[in-house]
Design a protein around this ligand. Structure first.
Ligand code: NAP
Length: 284
């Protein structure tokens, strides 16, 4: 079984970013907005900062206390959103319950919405309009397949997970690539059969090692989006990768798979936002 390492795809994206930066007159700057100190958020923030630094891009964190009120957070958010020196925003979610996340999704400038959370960008993904920003993780899955010359057209793709962050947008990106897509969730009647039917299986359920070799068809390609901690406190995906030996043809590792490509795409989206003059959702 071939391991599809994210670092190789990330290096390719870094080259693209370097080329785009060469003809860019500004230093692209990302604002990472974090409320509270959730370990997941801190870890994602560290990873994103490290990646953007290594790509030569600027990042500034805006950190607020867990108890910040809805009104105060919206005021702060609006100021960052309107700041012309900030070209892209990464909002770490979920936000604390007192903040209305839906309203923030509607507030974010679609042109700075690098992780595709605004209704405008979500609609563009569903319409097949590439001028918006797709969620980086969903796009990372397609990018890994393409970078490894794995054909998608005509393939049976099963996605386990239907969240608006990963499963649903990914299903639309896969359709645009002419795959035949099956989306699974907790009410799927026969998950094993749906997974075993897949030539490309994507796990995005957020359940440690829930998919083992018996869910995988011979020679299938398995992309593991999950980031979980197992019973020993070790980082792992949704797939029990060792159990795929002798069954799957290729699989992404966790860590070192999809996550590395997600942050590289965040960097790519930032450069596009800052340098190409593209303005999603606006008529200029
Ligand atoms: P989420 O919002 O919790 O959604 C999980 C989805 O999986 C839901 O649609 C749920 O079904 C489905 N699901 C859960 N358990 C299932 C089961 N036993 N059988 C079938 N379906 C099941 O999670 P998310 O935000 O999409 O994230 C998914 C995973 O990806 C998490 O581990 C997260 O940490 C990881 N992630 C990774 C990256 C990256 O860069 N690599 C980025 C974002 C997220 P229902 O809809 O029926 O509840």
């Amino acid at each position: 079984m071939i391991l599809l390492k994210g670092a190789e795809v990330s290096a390719k994206i870094k080259d693209e970013v370097r080329t785009a930066l060469a003809s860019c007159s500004v230093l692209p700057k990302l604002a990472i907005i974090r409320v509270g100190e959730r370990p997941d958020d801190l870890s994602y923030e560290r990873g994103a900062k490290k990646k953007l630094d290594s790509f030569g891009l600027a990042v500034e964190s805006y950190v607020y206390p867990e108890a910040i009120s809805d009104a105060e957070f919206k005021k702060e958010f609006a100021a960052i959103n309107a700041n012309p020196e900030i070209h892209g925003i990464l909002l770490l979610r979920p936000l604390p319950k007192q903040i209305c996340e839906k309203e923030i999704e509607q507030m974010i400038d679609p042109a700075k919405d690098l992780d595709g959370i605004s209704p405008v960008n979500i609609a563009k993904v569903f319409c097949g309009d590439a001028s918006g920003f797709a969620p980086c993780t969903a796009e990372a899955v397609v990018e890994i397949l393409k970078a490894n010359q794995i054909p998608i057209t005509g393939k049976r793709v099963t996605i386990v997970g239907r969240s608006l962050v990963v499963g649903r947008p990914l299903s639309m990106l896969m359709l645009q690539e002419n795959a035949t897509v099956t989306i699974c969730h907790t009410r799927t009647a026969d998950l094993k059969a749906a997974c075993r039917n897949a030539e490309i299986l994507v796990a995005a359920a957020g359940k440690a090692k829930m998919l083992s070799g018996e869910y995988v068809a011979p020679d299938a390609v398995v992309i593991d989006v999950g980031i979980n901690v197992d019973e020993n406190g070790t980082l792992c995906g949704d797939v029990d990768t060792e159990s795929l030996e002798g069954i799957a043809s290729m699989a992404t590792p966790v860590p070192g798979g999809v996550g590395a490509v997600t942050t590289a795409l965040l960097a790519k989206h930032l450069v596009r936002a800052a340098c190409s003059g593209q303005r999603t959702g606006r008529t200029e």
